[in-house]
Ligand binder design. Structure first.
Ligand code: UD2
Ligand code: MN
Length: 349
């Protein structure tokens, strides 16, 4: 099943093999910004934390609509009380299902209260505004399963989220940097969840919220006997506030292919004298949808060398040097999909 069949056809047929496309699908749950559902092509360029504008008329229009919606939201929310510290809707361990015949139409109809990826609890003001960033490329089925479970999961927690995709050599870390910058172009999120597309949370007490320290949400998963893979492991799903992520200059942009980027982020966090916290192993459990290694995501043989230079490289390789070009923005019912060109590795792998 393909969410964007024509796009993938074009990619497959096209000759620009090293054009890495990223589809940013931002499913946000609190702010409701009104926007038409047409694709918006925006131009540019390089982005940094201080310069998030991507220029062009379409982008300016998007920003002014955002401003308006933020004001409306502040007025609306002023009348509501803050949601309770622990949501009364939590159910604990959830029975997950992965029905091969599931369709996006079904998931949409089960989530009628989500509008253009946005959901806002009607009876209280959410405690955090959280954007969940999920890089994905050629994993439509995984994305569908995740949307199916994550929407109701986050509604029970009264929160937010966001999603991404591409082609040619994969670069998870850079896609997550792009997700952070693009989500902040929409609104000022408090918290970011960096989320593999194939990991489905099993317990809704695993809160998709940020804390005083960076948080790692995957203590265990089915395929590793629910045990932490190794001390210092920071892959899969992690949560950082806007400030924490900015402080470490985000992820590195230079890790192409599989592996190393999660360890690099851990080193960045440690260098800033922050520590990684985790929920209990009973709660931080995930099911990983089965998959083999994707083509175009071969092991990054350079990762050990890159990890040795992180203590210096973090200052110049990260959010402040993340250049990319937004190709389109599509607001689907359950997520916002932004396709971007993130370039290609400097050296061929
Ligand atoms: C592990 C980590 C992951 C990351 C990766 C190394 C866990 C649970 N996850 O994942 O966070 O550190 O190692 O890079 O330990 N993706 C696509 N299309 C592709 C390739 C990757 O969408 O063609 C995305 C997708 O979100 C996927 C993620 O990248 O979940 C990680 O890739 P993987 O699932 O192939 O790697 P895995 O399971 O070893
Ligand atoms: Mn995986």
């Amino acid at each position: 099943m393909s969410l964007f069949p024509s796009l993938f056809k074009i990619i497959r047929k096209g000759k620009c093999l090293f054009l890495l496309l990223l589809c940013l699908c931002v499913v946000a749950w609190i702010a409701t910004f009104s926007n038409d559902d047409t694709d918006k092509a925006v131009q540019d360029g390089s982005n940094s934390p201080d310069d998030k504008g991507v220029g062009g008329f379409a982008q300016m229009e998007l920003e002014s609509e955002m401003m308006q919606s933020v004001e409306e939201r502040v007025e609306e929310q002023a009348a509501k009380e803050s949601c309770p510290e622990q949501s009364p809707l939590l159910r604990g361990a959830i029975k997950l299902s992965f029905d091969p015949s599931l369709t996006i139409g079904q998931v949409e109809s089960e989530n009628g209260e989500v509008v253009e990826g946005q959901y806002n609890p009607s009876d209280c003001t959410a405690r955090q505004s959280v954007a969940i960033l999920i890089p994905h490329r050629n994993r439509e089925k995984h994305l569908l399963y995740l949307l199916h479970h994550l929407h109701p999961f986050l509604q029970r927690q009264q929160l937010h989220y966001a999603i991404y995709a591409g082609d040619a050599t994969f670069n998870r870390a850079k896609l997550l940097n792009v997700g952070y910058l693009e989500a902040l172009n929409d609104q000022s999120w408090d918290c970011f969840i960096f989320h593999d597309v194939d990991l489905v949370p099993e317990n809704d007490h695993n809160l998709y919220m940020c804390e005083e320290q960076p948080k790692h949400l995957v203590v265990g998963r089915n395929s590793t006997g629910y045990k932490l893979r190794y001390k210092g492991y920071f892959g899969g799903v992690s949560a950082m506030t806007k400030e924490q992520f900015l402080k470490v200059n985000g992820f590195p942009n230079s890790y192409w292919g599989w592996g190393g980027e999660d360890d690099d982020l851990r080193i960045r966090v440690t260098l800033q004298k922050m520590s990684i916290i985790r929920p209990s192993s009973q709660v931080a459990r995930y099911t990983m949808v089965f998959h083999k290694r994707d083509s175009g995501n071969q092991i990054n043989k350079d990762r050990m060398r890159l990890l040795r230079r992180t203590h210096q490289a973090w200052k110049t390789d990260g959010l402040n040097s993340c250049s990319y070009k937004v190709l389109s923005v599509h607001r689907a019912p359950l997520f916002i999909n932004i396709t971007v060109d993130i370039g290609r590795p400097e050296r061929a792998h």
